[in-house]
Design a protein around this ligand. Structure first.
Ligand code: BGC
Length: 358
């Protein structure tokens, strides 16, 4: 009898250690922990997104495990695995590579963990439960329509020389920004009012990996040398602010920014502090403001509903197909920003302090 119970004890201990070492059974008992996985600290917006999410989730009584992955896919996968093992009930994820999370999200589903894609859709998996973002096509449309207005294209002006940049090829948003902008610009390219001297418009050649300013600077350097030695560049479509920073650095080095060689009209997105200063200085023409407070608030509502067994409210059930399913989405509204309205939308709303922009 004593031997039998000893054997049972040994078996129990063995089973427990195997499950612990395999990182197996997460502690899900009573946990109200939410995992928040952000891509990188290197861009201003993700620091703000992470901070707001943490603050607002905590204010709603949740415990938060917030991680940044230094734009490294395997780091993000490890962080998500840890969150599942720690017993997080919901994962809020701004992915680095939209197609790289299939495995870890299967693990999440197997453990009953729900997944909210944050800002960037997670592709090729059935295990992305909800998506909260800004209307990404609309962001591109605002940029494209700005160029149409600013250059007087609808009243026949031109021809103007233009070049086009794309966002990171592993980010689904990059394709939507491009589509929204190009749908507005294509009629004027077809009519010859906008001339792309490099001929480069396909995402396979214009996309800049990881949204790095160094990448857009290098590509702009190459374009200026190859196609603009004896021509002036009038317009640059940049999908976001980090790429606009690299583009402006390149333009400055090539002598743009003087009376006889003014900066081209240049778009952006995010209203990063550096770029708002660039707008004030006339180096960048516009940006698109996506109030991270609005997105974070929406995600907190989604998370609370999931945790309370309710179905979260969405406002788009058709547009965000991740290749496996249409992910129920909530789209927030992006807002046009330039040097004329930045005070109203950024300072008066308390998003930045005047001193942030000095
Ligand atoms: C976001 C943009 C951001 C870019 C680079 C995109 O997925 O929607 O707001 O500028 O990533 O971080």
């Amino acid at each position: 009898m004593r031997n039998i119970s000893k054997a049972v004890m040994i078996m129990l201990v063995l089973c427990l250690s195997v499950s612990v070492f395999a990182g197996g059974t997460p502690d899900q008992g009573g946990s109200n922990m939410i995992g928040v996985a952000m891509p990188t600290k290197s861009l201003q917006r993700w620091n703000q997104d992470g901070a707001y999410l943490k603050e607002k989730l905590e204010a709603n009584g949740f415990t938060v495990d917030l991680q940044y992955a230094n734009n490294d896919v395997s780091t993000q996968v490890n962080q998500l695995e840890n969150m599942i093992t720690k017993g997080c009930k919901v994962l809020v994820i701004a992915s680095i590579d939209s197609t790289a999370l299939k495995g870890v999200l299967q693990q999440a589903a197997d453990n009953g963990v729900k997944v909210v894609a944050y800002d960037r859709l997670i592709m090729e998996t059935p295990n992305c439960d909800y998506y909260a973002t800004f209307d990404n096509y609309k962001v591109g449309q605002i940029q494209g329509e700005f160029i149409v207005d600013k250059m007087g294209l609808a009243s026949g002006k031109g021809p103007f020389n233009m070049e086009v940049f794309g966002g990171s090829p592993d980010d689904n948003n990059a394709y939507l920004f491009n589509q929204g902008a190009m749908d507005a610009l294509k009629p004027y390219i077809a009519k010859g009012q906008l001339v792309i001297n490099s001929g480069q418009t396909d995402m396979s050649v214009i996309a800049i990996k990881a949204w790095k300013p160094e990448g857009s600077q290098a590509r702009m350097d190459n374009l200026l040398t190859a196609y603009y030695a004896d021509k002036k560049l009038d317009v640059v479509l940049s999908p976001n602010d980090s790429l606009a920073q690299g583009i402006v650095a390149s333009l400055k080095a090539a002598g743009y920014g003087s009376a006889d060689k003014p900066f081209p009209v240049l778009t952006g997105q995010d209203c990063d502090k550096i770029n708002v200063k660039m707008m004030i200085n006339g180096e960048q023409s516009m940006s698109v403001f996506k109030d991270t407070r609005t997105l974070a608030e929406r995600v907190v509502i989604m998370v609370s509903d999931i945790m309370n067994g309710k179905t979260p409210e969405v406002n788009d059930t058709t547009n965000y197909d991740n290749g496996v399913k249409v992910v129920p989405s909530y789209l927030c509204v992006p807002v046009f920003a330039d040097k004329n309205n930045y005070k109203q939308i950024l300072i008066d709303s308390g998003y930045y302090k005047e001193s942030d922009l000095k």
